[in-house]
Design a protein around this ligand. Structure first.
Ligand SMILES: *[C@@H]1O[C@H](CO)[C@@H](O)[C@H](O)[C@H]1NC(C)=O
Ligand SMILES: *[C@@H]1O[C@H](CO)[C@@H](O)[C@H](O)[C@H]1NC(C)=O
Ligand SMILES: *[C@@H]1O[C@H](CO)[C@@H](O)[C@H](O)[C@H]1NC(C)=O
Ligand SMILES: *[C@@H]1O[C@H](CO)[C@@H](O)[C@H](O)[C@H]1NC(C)=O
Ligand SMILES: *[C@@H]1O[C@H](CO)[C@@H](O)[C@H](O)[C@H]1NC(C)=O
Ligand SMILES: *[C@@H]1O[C@H](CO)[C@@H](O)[C@H](O)[C@H]1NC(C)=O
Ligand SMILES: CC(=O)N[C@H]1CO[C@H](CO)[C@@H](O)[C@@H]1O
Length: 771
């Protein structure tokens, strides 16, 4: 069997650190990150640059003399924030965490790419349509985004027609055995890579081959970078599927890439280093399609992405992150700090279908991407997997097409029907099992349709339970059941769209429910973008060259759509801060679909803000939002107080004499000037809860807005004032919203408050949990 290693890999990728923490003794050193706050020079203008020597001194005060080979730094952070990573025992780590100037000390965990290899989203396909950003305004106003890892020869990174690199773009193009300085150009202005950590389960051969170069070895960075900012490529397609012009959301944007991940995952200490470098290199936006698994989230000051993003925000650099692929359960959203722009994934108005025809003439529409060479003119024997089980194999395993569960002799030449009621065996695995059994093709019965799986040249399709039942019934009804699986065809103008993807992680956020997360939704199902040419056997149709594009799904693919949209807005409104751009995209998002109904989830029920945030991005509308919510750095410091961090740590992070308010309680987080509102607890027996917001006019100076509230039955919402008047001199106006829960339904109530003038509608969503 071709796949035992991959099978193992699937199980080891997440629990690696669990094994490490539980099995190893607490005295065994392991990598830790020591975070020490901002490195912005202090308020008195003094020069307190902390050097590597200072860090080494700190380490030598903690580590025993006999072990002095450990007094060394793996990574050292000093551009936007201070700290380092090093090999420490648990005891040393806890001694360090009490140290003056140390904000937090946390184990250097492996994070996941949000098209995780362990789920089969990575292997699925996509077709991207640059939603609504067809007319590129203002070409070539420079915005630089930072992403992770790249395949430089891709036509998506050609620099034809792009102007000189701006002075502040100090991207560094590192050389390697397979990467030359000339691989960088005016589009791809920088490419850095890092020593990737080796774990006990690391495949050293593979690391040696793929590490030590900025070149993308996974395909993830190439795909996401070209989605955000790829050069226009005419006539792009994945072997004819999803054909058209491929381009990023903002084609004049430059890219700097930071390779922080390998097949093993992405270590937190390396991600921190990459963010620190990107800030120094002068990028405007950082796009991170990586995160913790939702089961292993840590609080903000122990989360490398939250820490890096906080200091990026402090330096005026926007950070956009994927929200994770652990849906559709609630409390699965990650990267949920308020200074992060958190993205959910939706489908687009394109689907991929491949027809199953049964011997009795019945036809079913399955979902898949395949380059099947079968036709309607010949039928093949059709069997249920449980009827071709290997000896001594339980029926449940065979029907799920577990590794080793099928009898090759019985399956050869047949189309095998597998079910999918056990999530531990991926579609990729089942397909390998059936292919290895020399079957002619495979029909998978799986309710979670909508994320087409790329089966390469193997005839494969996926049908929902109702169709699956019909197919099984047909097999029972006849002596010689037969079928065929036709090649995939593209269904354009697919309806409804957008629908939130089944896999997209859901709110509310586990760390605090007082900020609404995810923030926004963008296309993340079956997105066509650049890819290093695949050499995997069976993935390239006979007689074709490996494709320079691929179709992929995941919140990883949704994130760069928002990055590209933000870069586009920044190129037009250069003076806008990240929070203004975020607000513009949020208050103009679209909450209905292409059949003019409110957006739904994949079981055809209306989606809620915990699924889709404020809705699907609409970059063109966001150019002219009318009003914006500005979230100042100080608001984030208040947030840290309310969340419960010490004033001492907050001062280290901000380098100010900041004072936390006396009554810092978590409920006050709802009052941060955020473009949406979430109230974790509204006690129906208590007085109404009062929320304050301040809006800044970015439209014509003379404007008057009136409020319109949309509320669920029972909840009472009062806005005052109901009119906001702006003039040449009055640019900012505050308003209050009171929420009365006395007669409301228990649990979350969702609604919206929209400010209208004759040109704009500023839509704000609220989520109120009534108890
Ligand atoms: C390590 O990776 C190499 C190259 O990808 C592969 O040939 C080899 O089988 C792998 N070794 C193990 C132990 O998985
Ligand atoms: C587009 O691509 C297809 C197949 O890859 C090819 O047959 C066709 O000639 C191309 N069209 C143009 C205008 O390049
Ligand atoms: C389809 O392609 C396979 C090789 O992938 C070949 O063995 C088979 O004969 C082809 N079938 C038809 C019907 O052309
Ligand atoms: C097909 O037949 C098997 C065994 O006779 C039975 O268990 C199963 O429920 C039948 N399936 C359908 C869909 O009729
Ligand atoms: C869709 O929403 C309904 C109602 O909230 C819920 O019962 C269902 O499980 C959701 N389905 C998915 C796939 O999220
Ligand atoms: C705004 O209104 C003021 C007072 O009515 C007026 O003087 C001014 O010219 C107006 N400006 C614009 C741009 O309409
Ligand atoms: C829609 C589409 O491009 N389908 C392709 C599926 O695979 C067959 C065989 O490679 C192609 O001929 C089809 O064009």
């Amino acid at each position: 069997m071709a796949s035992p290693f991959q099978f193992l890999h699937f199980f080891t990728i997440i629990p690696w650190f669990l094994i490490c923490t539980s099995v190893t003794s607490i005295q065994t050193p392991k990598p830790y990150v020591v975070y020490m706050g901002t490195s912005v020079s202090n308020i008195n203008g003094g020069d307190d640059q902390i050097t590597e020597t200072d860090h080494l001194q700190l380490l030598s005060s903690i580590i025993h003399r006999e072990e002095n080979e450990r007094i060394s730094l793996i990574h050292h952070y000093n551009h936007a924030f201070r700290g380092f990573s090093a090999m420490l025992t648990d005891r040393e780590a806890s001694a360090l965490s009490g140290h003056d100037g140390v904000v937090s000390v946390f184990p250097d965990l492996l994070l996941q790419l949000h098209t995780t290899r362990s789920w089969d989203f990575l292997e699925t396909q996509l077709g991207m349509q640059p939603h609504g950003i067809r007319k590129t305004l203002h070409p070539s106003i420079d915005v630089i985004i930072g992403v992770i890892g790249i395949w430089p020869e891709s036509p998506s990174f050609k620099d034809d027609g792009i102007g000189k690199i701006p002075k502040r773009g100090k991207g560094v193009c590192l050389e390697a055995h397979d990467f030359k300085k000339s691989n960088c150009n005016r589009k791809l202005i920088g490419a850095r890579y890092y020593d990737l950590p080796q774990t006990s389960t690391s495949n050293k051969t593979r690391l040696a081959k793929t590490g030590g170069s900025p070149r993308d070895s996974v395909g993830h960075g190439t795909h996401t970078a070209s989605t955000a900012a790829g050069t226009k490529v005419k006539n792009a397609s994945y072997y004819g599927l999803a054909g058209g012009t491929a381009r990023g959301g903002s084609t004049s944007t430059r890219i700097a890439s930071y390779k922080a991940c390998s097949e093993e995952g992405c270590s937190g200490s390396v991600i921190l280093k990459a963010i620190d470098d990107a800030i120094m290199d002068g990028v405007d936006i950082i796009s991170i399609s990586i995160g913790m698994h939702s089961l292993f989230q840590s609080d903000y000051l122990n989360d490398p992405i939250a820490i890096g993003a906080f200091h990026a925000e402090q330096m005026g650099v926007m950070v956009v992150c994927s929200g994770g692929n652990n849906g559709p359960d609630p409390y699965t959203i990650v990267n949920s700090a308020p200074w992060i722009f958190t993205v959910a994934a939706s489908n687009i108005d394109r689907a991929f279908q491949s027809t199953v025809t049964l011997g009795n003439g019945e036809k079913f529409q399955g979902s898949a991407i395949n380059f099947s060479n079968l036709t309607n003119s010949k039928m093949y024997p059709l069997v249920s997997a449980k009827d071709v089980a290997a000896k001594f194999t339980p029926t449940s395993e065979a029907s799920n097409c577990y590794p080793g569960s099928l009898d090759n002799k019985k399956a050869t030449g047949k189309i095998v029907v597998c079910v999918d009621n056990d999530p531990t065996v991926s579609r990729r695995m089942k397909k390998l099992v059936v292919e290895d059994a020399k079957a002619k093709g495979m029909i998978l019965i799986n309710e979670e349709k909508g994320v087409p799986y790329d089966a390469g040249v193997f005839p494969f399709t996926e049908v929902a339970n109702t169709e699956g039942y019909q197919i099984l019934k047909y097999i029972n009804s006849t002596k010689i059941p037969t079928a065929t699986i036709l090649p995939t065809v593209e269904i354009p103008r697919y309806k409804p769209a957008p629908v939130v993807a089944y896999f997209s992680s859901r709110g509310p956020a586990e760390l605090t429910e007082n900020i609404l997360k995810p923030d926004i939704m963008a296309p993340g199902v079956a997105i066509l973008a650049a890819m290093m040419p695949s050499t995997e056997p069976g993935s390239v149709p006979i007689g074709k060259k490996p494709s320079e594009f691929a179709i992929k799904s995941g919140t990883s693919m949704a994130c760069p759509h928002v990055t590209g949209a933000a870069a586009f807005i920044r190129s037009v409104h250069q003076e806008w801060s990240s929070s203004m751009i975020k607000s513009a995209l949020m208050t103009t998002a679209i909450t209905y679909n292409n059949v003019r109904k409110p957006s739904t989830n994949s079981s055809n029920t209306f989606a809620i803000p915990h699924d889709i945030g404020v809705g699907e991005i609409s970059p063109l509308r966001a150019l002219n939002p009318g009003l914006v919510f500005e979230t100042a750095m100080e608001e984030y410091l208040y947030f840290l107080c309310y969340y419960g961090y010490s004033e001492k740590n907050i001062r280290s992070m901000s380098n100010t004499n900041f004072n936390c308010p006396r009554n810092s309680i978590e409920g006050l987080i709802s009052n941060i000037n955020y473009p949406s509102v979430s109230i974790a607890k509204l006690d129906r027996h208590q007085r109404p809860k009062l929320i304050k917001r301040t809006v800044t006019n970015v439209g014509f100076p003379n404007a008057t807005y009136t409020a319109k509230v949309h509320i669920p039955e029972g909840l009472v919402v009062k806005v005052f004032p109901r009119r906001l008047v702006f003039t040449e001199t009055v640019k900012k106006v505050s308003y209050k919203v009171a929420f009365y829960g006395k007669k409301a339904h228990s649990g979350y109530n969702f609604g919206s408050l929209t400010w209208f003038d004759d040109r704009h509608s500023v839509h704000t969503v609220f989520a109120v949990n009534v108890k």
